[in-house]
Design a protein around this ligand. Structure first.
Ligand SMILES: Nc1ncnc2c1ncn2[C@@H]1O[C@H](COP(=O)(O)OP(=O)(O)OP(=O)(O)O)[C@@H](O)[C@H]1O
Ligand SMILES: [Mg+2]
Length: 595
């Protein structure tokens, strides 16, 4: 070992320089794992440590393991959880009877690939109707922080694993450590762990290990596909973290950053991973990947590069999430190359086009509605807007994953039911239903026309759409339930608490002043500036200023305090200022007294 700088380690070898990607081991019990990145000269290599480098020092011996990183494969890995090195991390003994295979492998040749296209049903309405996924394809879920990528991914696992005969491999890259544990327990509870393998390199791990964990998972997928001829579902949360880890490694190796600080080799690294997710004649690897979009910017180079590998892109937006329209799929921005008549069939294609058209028209009308209101729309436009709003609501869905905090039972909906629902809405069969009747339901048959007797009156305005904007705002509160509700009470609490000190302050010093303080809350702001002046120094000017500002009202108050409080001149000046500043103003006089 000739140098150690953070995760970057240089090692000198006598002869036989280990090739790139070789794994070196060092430290007590060979605990520290180093992967060779470059050969610096005839005798030295530079590597990145995949474990923390604590305890590593110059002069220490390093052992060349003579091979690359390896992952365990075999039947015994099913229902287990691993780290990037293939160590079991589920507190159970290491699996026996496994083979160890290199995690590095070239993608299958074009001639080996299968080009068969088949739709993969998820049971989620918005996705099945507008963004059909491809069996053996790659689907991405794009979204900024906290818009529901993980929830949607977990829901898909829930919906698909049960009736898929294949095996699922979940790969957690650089996300929260707790999510691994949560998913493991959830899968165990749901009894689907027997068809699942999990591999994690979460955010607590060094960049090198986050960078390689995707390949470890792929090596396992390839084993199931090529050796066992099974279909594999590969779920990745989150591919952006793979790119980010590559960026960190590249930085550590001293490479010049490219656009927005990303590594110059991002495209190559990403295709190295994505191209291995392929269908061959032996079996298919279907992959669903969450893609974090930094700052909700869809033009971010990382997002753009991932886009180009996918057959379906589901875009999740903060705007829809904030309206409570979960799953927050941006229906017009999401797309799938499967959405063609030849693959999904004429009826589905025509319906999906009609849904998009209706939503796009509503999108165009939104500006006019915002400026002039619904009443200014032509009757057809008003109908179209109503249809679009009903479609938007129908395409929300309660999830099994969110049952605990939304309080609504999860639902899966067959493609047929989803299409029927959209068709009937497009035919205006639900124009007399309030929009909320379609919100967070499963199949369209669940839509209820509430209180038939009283409805006739409210329903016509609803159809006209005039009343609608209001219900729209209410719904999210119901749905986002857990989230939306706590916030307002929180705010509510804060305000009174601010108000109380304001009253308490004056009360302590002079009970007499409490009243003026209450009566002039509006003047509090202009007066705020005055206490600061008060503290600054001049006493007389202060009393003069409040008089200007508050005129007659301020003066009486000032005179009273002067009489009551023999001790301090300042408190009076500060107190007329009262209201909000009280908290600040009262301590100030005290400190002066103390001084
Ligand atoms: N379908 C849904 N129904 C109700 N609430 C939801 C739904 N999807 C997401 N949420 C809410 O949004 C929160 C964040 O979701 P999630 O953890 O999936 O976000 P994320 O996109 O994975 O975020 P990050 O990028 O931080 O990992 C959830 O905890 C939940 O409160
Ligand atoms: Mg997440």
């Amino acid at each position: 070992m000739v140098s150690v700088r953070g995760s970057v380690v240089d090692v000198q070898f006598g002869k036989d320089l280990p090739p790139i990607n070789s794994v070196l081991r060092a430290g007590a019990d060979d605990r520290i794992v180093i992967e060779v990145m470059t050969q610096l000269d005839a005798s030295r290599v530079r590597g990145i440590a995949l474990t923390p480098t604590q305890g590593l020092a110059r002069g220490m011996a390093v052992r060349d393991t003579g091979g690359p990183l390896k992952a365990p494969v075999g039947k015994a890995i099913i229902s287990r959880m691993f780290d990037v090195f293939g160590n079991a991390i589920d507190r159970m003994p290491a699996p026996v009877d496994v083979q160890w295979r290199s995690i590095h492998r070239a993608p299958p040749l074009l001639s080996e690939r299968s080009t068969h296209s088949q739709v993969f049903e998820t049971g989620i309405k918005a996705i099945d109707v507008l963004v059909p996924l491809e069996r053996g394809g790659k689907a991405g879920m794009f979204g900024g922080a906290g818009v529901g990528k993980t929830v949607l991914l977990t829901e898909m696992i829930h919906n698909m694993i049960g009736h898929e005969k294949g095996i699922s491999v979940f790969c957690g890259i650089g996300e929260r450590c707790r999510e691994g544990e949560e998913l493991y327990s959830a899968m165990k509870e749901a009894g689907v762990l027997k068809n699942m393998v999990m591999v994690y390199g979460q955010m607590n791990e060094p960049p090198g290990s986050r960078f390689r964990v995707g390949e470890t998972a792929l090596a396992m997928c390839e084993y199931f596909r090529d050796d066992e001829h099974r279909d594999v579902l590969l779920l990745i949360d989150n591919v952006f973290r793979f790119i980010q880890a590559g960026m960190e490694v590249s930085g550590l190796m001293g490479q010049m950053p490219s656009r927005l600080g990303y590594q110059p080799t991002m495209g190559t690294e990403l295709s190295g991973l994505e191209e291995r997710i392929a269908n061959t004649h032996a079996g298919a690897i279907t992959s669903i990947q969450a893609v974090y979009v930094p700052a909700d910017d869809m033009t971010d180079p990382a997002a753009v590069h991932v886009f180009s590998h996918l057959s379906a892109s589901i875009v999740l937006s903060r705007k829809r999430a904030s309206e409570g329209l979960y799953p927050a799929v941006e229906l017009l921005q999401s797309s799938s190359k499967m959405a063609t008549a030849a693959i999904v069939g004429e009826r589905h294609y025509a319906l999906a086009q009609e849904v998009r058209k209706t939503l796009a028209r509503y999108e165009d009308l939104k500006d006019i509605i915002a400026m002039l209101g619904m009443e200014q729309l032509s009757p057809e436009d008003r109908m179209a807007a109503g249809r679009a709003r009903r479609l938007e609501r129908f395409l929300t869905q309660p999830f099994f994953t969110t049952e605990q905090f939304s309080g609504i039972k999860g639902k899966t909906v067959s493609l047929k039911d989803s299409l029927d629902g959209c068709e009937r809405i497009l035919h205006d069969e639900f124009k007399d239903y309030p929009e909320s009747a379609l919100y967070m339901i499963g199949a369209i048959s669940e839509a209820k026309k509430p209180a038939p007797a009283s409805k006739p009156a409210p329903a016509p305005p609803a159809a006209g759409g005039v009343a609608k904007p209001v219900p729209a705002k209410k719904e999210p509160v119901k749905a986002g339930g857990a989230k939306a509700d706590p916030a307002p009470p929180g705010l509510g609490k804060e305000e009174p608490s601010k108000a109380k000190p304001a009253h308490e302050g004056p009360t302590k010093v002079e009970p007499t002043k409490v009243e003026p303080a209450k009566t002039e809350p509006t003047k509090a702001e202009p007066t705020k500036t005055e206490p600061t002046k008060t503290e600054a120094g001049a006493e007389e000017p202060k009393s003069a200023e409040p008089t200007k500002a508050e005129t007659a009202k301020a003066e009486p108050t000032k005179t009273e305090p002067a009489k009551t409080e023999a001790g301090a001149v300042e408190p009076k000046a500060a107190e007329p200022a009262k209201a909000e500043p009280t908290a600040e103003a009262t301590p100030a006089p005290e400190s002066k007294r103390a001084a």
